[in-house]
Design a protein around this ligand. Structure first.
Ligand code: PR8
Length: 475
């Protein structure tokens, strides 16, 4: 059997190998942090974005803004630009001519979109605005780059930006953003932890940041989505005002939320195994792969039956692939296992004689016989549903197994080395949190329960605890 490395003990090795052999991306592109989406990976990305778009299209409008941002716009919001200045790629020339003004390749699109929002918004009747775009953004990351996880060209940056006429509505939109991401991750069977980022780790320019993290197989967490309440900060900078019902001019309230290629990395990490990808049916390029087992005798009949089944499945909305390559069936099984197709459907001449076929599940590796007179599409739809829930349940169980509650921070270092993510009672003070991070070399990820009633004290400073917070090693 092929050896891709151990997912739990050497996640990086396993992940790099799987991306390569399952043909998701090709990391040999000659710029660090930038890779090519290969056709199979691109299909997974497409189905992921289909789910995303379906969720957003309910009450957001899709738009597309230019990729270049004038330096003057990028520099306007002081805190924001400070957060990004070390990561910006600059365009300085047009051919041989030096540009009058440097242009930034967007690291994110607040400073590209908000000057336009300022032109569009006049009155409360223009609000709310809820827009999103799926674009590539560029961040000159200095931390170790990894395909899909920490890239310098984020090719799947799906960002939503909303504008509201009241602080209450804006805070509600943050909750809506969280619900949207919960649904997206649930559909992909990705487990998550939701927390409020500590103030020193919020999005530059935001009032507060709510973040989704997933625990990777090695116990390090990966931030897979963020929802930011921007308050009126950007509206003041970019002069986004509206006339309220009383006829007064007010600054608007804003949120933004984003996900990236990391979502796909998280799905691969959550479900894959030693044989390769295990894809949830929702994002798998094909949900069923039909493998006709062809011998000279009876080949035509087998092919005809396989075609018939393919059509029946497709007309029921199931994505089907048929592997007609002239290679050994064993090689085909191996390939589709590696590619993570949820269901394999095998049919050979002897099966056909017996009016039967064999169905193989990728997740449990169960094989079962199915009678060809049965309602095959119904059976497959039922199985896909079971696979979906099984993958999700296992992924959540695995995440739970990494979580540990502690009353003392003495053993934090060894616990995270053992792949644990730590939950503890915290006072919430910035000074205390930064000291914890400094002393343990582990991040305070965020607050999972805010302003709780408790007699407990903060294990670091001894002051009354106010919140439950998480600590983890992060990607
Ligand atoms: C915003 N503005 O930008 P955010 N490689 C892969 N994924 C990444 C990387 C990277 N180098 N950096 C960030 N992400 C807001 C919200 C518009 C949208 C992913 O927020 O800076 C992370 O999952 O938090 C992150 O949560 C998401 O992009 C949004 O980026």
């Amino acid at each position: 059997m092929a050896d891709y490395g151990d997912k739990a003990t050497n996640f990086s090795e396993w992940f790099h190998n799987i991306l390569e052999v399952a043909q998701i991306t090709d990391a040999r592109y000659p710029i660090k942090g930038m890779a090519v989406w290969l056709p199979y990976g691109f299909q997974i990305r497409k189905h992921t974005l289909n789910i995303y778009r379906e969720l957003l299209d309910k009450d957001h409008e899709e738009v597309l803004f230019p990729m270049l941002i004038p330096e003057t716009e990028l520099a306007k919001e002081g805190i924001h630009v400070k957060g990004f200045e070390d990561e910006v790629y600059w365009v300085t020339h047009g051919g041989p001519t030096e540009l009058n003004e440097k242009l930034a390749l967007r690291p994110t699109s607040e400073t590209s979109m908000y000057p336009m929002f300022s032109l569009w918004i006049r009155s409360h009747i223009d609000l709310p605005i809820k827009q999103y775009q799926v674009v590539n953004t560029f961040r000159y990351e200095t931390k170790h780059t990894r395909p899909l996880i920490r890239v310098r060209e984020i090719t799947t940056f799906a960002e939503a930006h909303t504008v509201h006429s009241s602080a209450e509505e804006c805070a509600e939109q943050v909750e809506t953003g969280i619900e949207i991401y919960k649904t997206l991750f649930d559909e992909m069977g990705i487990p998550y932890l939701i927390s409020k980022r500590p103030v020193w780790d919020k999005f530059p320019g935001a009032e507060y940041t709510m973040a989704f993290d997933t625990i990777m197989p090695d116990g390090k967490t990966l931030q897979i989505g963020t929802v930011h309440n921007l308050g009126q900060t950007f509206a003041e900078t970019f002069d986004i005002t509206f006339e309220n019902k009383e006829g007064e001019h007010e600054y608007a309230y804003q949120t933004c939320y984003g996900i990236s290629d990391r979502v796909i990395a998280a799905a691969i990490a959550a479900h894959g195994d030693e044989k390769g990808l295990v894809l949830p049916p929702t994002i798998s390029p094909s949900q069923v792969t039909i493998i006709p087992i062809i011998f000279k005798k009876g080949a035509e009949e087998v092919m005809a039956k396989c075609e018939e089944i393919k059509e029946a499945l497709e007309s029921n909305g199931i994505r089907v692939d048929m592997d007609t390559r002239d290679i050994r069936p064993g090689k085909k099984f191996f390939d589709w296992e590696l590619k993570g197709t949820p269901i394999r459907f095998e049919l050979g001449p002897r099966d056909l004689e017996n009016n039967k076929a064999v169905i193989g599940r990728r997740d449990t590796e169960e094989k079962m016989e199915i009678d060809l007179d049965e309602d095959i599409p119904a059976k497959i739809i039922e199985l896909l549903g079971e696979i979906d829930s099984n993958l999700k349940e296992n992924a959540w169980k695995s995440q739970e197994s990494h979580l540990i509650e502690v009353d003392s921070l003495d053993d934090v270092a060894s616990l995270v080395d053992d792949g644990k993510v730590i939950s503890f009672h915290w006072c919430g003070d910035e000074e205390c949190g930064k000291a914890i991070e400094e002393e343990t070399d582990v991040d305070v990820l965020g607050i999972t329960e805010e302003d709780i009633e408790t007699d407990k004290v903060c294990p670091h400073c001894g002051k009354p605890a106010k919140h439950i917070a998480l600590m983890a090693k992060t990607y």
